[in-house]
Design a protein around this ligand. Sequence first.
Ligand code: NAD
Length: 337
Amino acid sequence: MNIAVFDTHEFERKPLMEACEHANGKHQLSFFEANLNEKTIELAQGSDALAIFVNDTASLPVLERWAAIGGRYIALRAAGYNNVDLQAAKRLGIRVANVPSYSPHAVAEHTIALMLALNRKLIRANTRVRDFNFSLNGLVGFDMSGKTAGIIGTGKIGQITAKILDGFGCKVLCYDAYPNAAFAERYGAQYVDMETLCRQSDIITLHAPLVPETKYLINEERIMQMKRGVMLINTSRGGLVNTKAVINGLKSGQIGYLGLDVYELEQGLFFHDFSDTVLQDDMITRLLSFPNVLITSHQAFLTETALKNIADTTFYNLDCWAAGKETENELTSKFNS
Ligand code: NAD
């Protein structure tokens, strides 16, 4: 297959090329740094498959054009697929597969890293020490042990996060549209409704997918239900959080700490270097002005293990299609609506 790889990053070229080599010359790769959109789809002329990432857009017009130029396959180099119009893909006969699990540990561990760095003010402490300022004023944190952590979405990543927090001695509360009793029993976690989770948690961490029902799950009303000074962490998808409401929560002190690895307007921003320009996004610049906000640029997945697994599963999906088979990671065949 000829594969057009969109939104290619330097960090993933090696694992992708290695996985491609294991396929023994079955595939040829064309790497594009551009994000997939209505204009850049033209770069894929002559390709059989697209390999796309989290900030590529496979919307109806893009899919229509992809079908029109003979494209049949889209391999997502990610688990989340909110950027693909699956309904349109199915109608157009385009088969879409994802990498459902590449390292839930990577994301859960980054989630915990954000919590600890915010709590113990590690960024500020490091900056201070580098300036030979060894004062501890303003660096007081809290013991994680004994605190209540609320986990929204207890799938693969949420469960590992719960396990780590249980290890810290936190009381774990959970909310999920489909509760998992066996998991709750194993970690002494308790499923509660969203309002109870918001009212009782010292730390709230989001691990639900972005679907229409979860868009702006964290809004002004929910923030008002949270404990004053709550720590809010989002390593799932930016659209789960109404950023304007969160900014107001930070300004009023209702939110005491915010850790984000994802941001609702991250497309075209995250993964790129704007250090020489004047940033036009006033929301992210406002967020970055708070001392109690820590933002990473969608890097929770970024471990060697995860990159290898992403590349291997992407080529497994492509190999299945090249052999005329279905892959169990196919989203279009599971999609009914
Ligand atoms: P998963 O499918 O294993 O778990 C998702 C959980 O959310 C499931 O238990 C599901 O029942 C629950 N859920 C679905 N709808 C819900 C709703 N309306 N309210 C509450 N819960 C709901 O997924 P996962 O592998 O744990 O990944 C979770 C999310 O993490 C992904 O959707 C993706 O957006 C994000 N993610 C981020 C990164 C990153 O680098 N930051 C990497 C991988 C995944």
